[in-house]
Design a protein around this ligand. Structure first.
Ligand code: F3S
Length: 81
């Protein structure tokens, strides 16, 4: 299983992730990204058919704010670092 979360502290609202993976990422009122699937808790498995766009989003983020792991984050962006 694959999980994702956005580090909202390092996101600079560049907008690339939502373009690459609009089913996964959206932006708050200030343009900061979050994971739609679970309100950025990182607890919902990313559906198989979205994995490719997930990887595109991670590669495209200039601040490495898109975190991906094979276990749930439970709201902790730095859990696996
Ligand atoms: Fe932010 Fe990176 Fe997305 S800077 S808007 S998380 S591509």
């Amino acid at each position: 299983a694959v999980y994702t979360i956005v580090d909202k502290d390092t996101c600079i609202a560049c907008g690339a992730c939502g373009a690459a993976a609009p089913e996964i990422y959206d932006y708050d009122d200030e343009g900061i990204s979050y994971v739609i699937l679970d309100q950025n808790e990182g607890t919902t498995k990313v559906p198989e058919d979205l994995i490719e766009s997930l990887e595109d989003a991670q590669e495209g983020c200039p601040t490495e704010s898109i975190k991906i792991a094979d276990g749930p984050f439970n709201g902790n962006v730095l859990k696996y670092e």
